[in-house]
Design a protein around this ligand. Structure first.
Ligand code: NDP
Length: 328
């Protein structure tokens, strides 16, 4: 039995976040008759809402738009008795039983189990032109998602960590020239990744180089499209304009986990630590899935997979707890 404290805002499971992880958790939890509540959060649908075409999600042979895909996920979750609230959870108390959480309008909800699927947000440079050409105009924060659209074209990557190195190496398989803009005279990426980048003939590393402006115009279909980037050497102030079609920002991601700090174990970058081969966090009854706990794979399909794991873990944890309570 679910302990409901007489509250009509009590649920067996509450899922925080509505990207592929959150909606997949909802589909599985709902089909297990857990009647989940999903808080859609500040960006309902998650990062895929700012991706134009998704061509690597299995099952969509012709590819699909990111927002359409998330609409499909949402409909599938709702088909199985999932309740969705378009609100933001801004405070949680996870140690207590039941677990408590509050929306930013101050309403309190309780749950026996909580699945965290709050995702991560890409960091951006903050240039107005970056915003102008985002959402399909040639600026992207994911080479695996969008690199294919620039096959045979010259592109640029900004950043110097492992993500930037991975993005550059991925793009170098598709693009004749990958310009990599590194703001210092060294890279932060691991030695092995640096070696791969520096020995790749398709990657041109521009040291001490920062982006001044992304340039573009309208393409033949009347859509905004990048056609060059203006960069400067921060030692000499010399400016250069380089022709490119795609501009990939890889300066890190921030997991959306701030509200769980001090309660859930996290690594130095704020990613929630889950127990090996599971979605268990350090707090019993709290499970984490998707990019909030994964800085390595960060794909829609892997997020969905961990959302499924979290729902199965929550269902089994709750069943075991209820069996224990019946014995006492
Ligand atoms: P990092 O924080 O490691 O690196 C961010 C990079 O972006 C740094 O080189 C930084 O420069 C640069 N940068 C930040 N802001 C700007 C800016 N405004 N303009 C230009 N450059 C900027 O992030 P990552 O996403 O690369 O990695 C995060 C974590 O995930 C790391 O621990 C990494 O090792 C890990 N990871 C592991 C992978 C794997 O194991 N396969 C793959 C990808 C990531 P600067 O160095 O000057 O500060």
């Amino acid at each position: 039995m679910s302990s409901n404290n007489g509250s009509d805002k009590h649920y067996k499971t509450i899922i925080i976040g509505s990207g592929p992880a959150g909606y997949t958790a909802a589909i599985y939890a709902a089909r297990a008759d857990m009647k989940p509540l999903v808080f859609a959060g500040p960006q309902p649908g998650g990062q895929l809402m700012i991706t134009t075409d998704v061509e690597n999600y299995p099952g969509y042979a012709e590819g699909i738009g990111g927002p359409q895909m998330m609409e499909d996920f949402r409909k599938q979750a709702e088909r199985f008795d999932t309740e969705i609230k378009y609100e933001v959870i801004s405070k949680v108390e996870l140690e207590s039983h039941p677990k408590k959480m509050w929306t930013d309008s101050g309403e309190q909800y309780t749950a026996d189990t909580v699945i965290i699927s709050t995702g991560a947000s890409a960091r951006w440079l903050g240039l107005p032109s970056e915003e102008e050409y985002n959402y399909g105009g040639g600026v992207s924060a994911c080479a695996v998602c969008d690199g294919f659209f620039f096959k045979g074209m010259d592109v640029a990557v900004v950043g110097a960590g492992d993500t930037a190195a991975e993005e550059a190496l991925y793009l170098a398989k598709l693009c004749p020239k990958v310009h990599m803009f590194v703001r210092r005279d060294e890279m932060r990426a691991s030695k092995v990744m640096q070696k791969r980048v520096l020995s790749n003939p398709n990657i041109i590393v521009h040291w001490n180089t920062e982006t001044a402006e992304i340039l573009g115009g309208e393409n033949e279909r009347g859509h905004k499209a990048v056609n060059a980037v203006r960069v400067f050497n921060n030692q000499t102030q010399e400016e250069t304009t380089i022709s490119i079609k795609g501009f990939f920002v890889a300066i890190g991601h921030t997991p959306n986990t701030q509200i769980f700090k001090g309660q859930l174990d996290m690594d130095d970058n704020g990613y929630i630590i889950t127990k090996a081969d599971s979605s268990y966090t350090n707090i019993p009854g709290v499970f984490a899935s998707g990019d909030a706990q994964d800085h390595v794979y960060r794909q829609a399909v892997t997020a969905a997979g961990t959302g499924c794991m979290a729902a199965l873990d929550a269902e089994r944890w709750l069943a075991a707890r209820e069996a224990e309570m019946e014995m006492v």
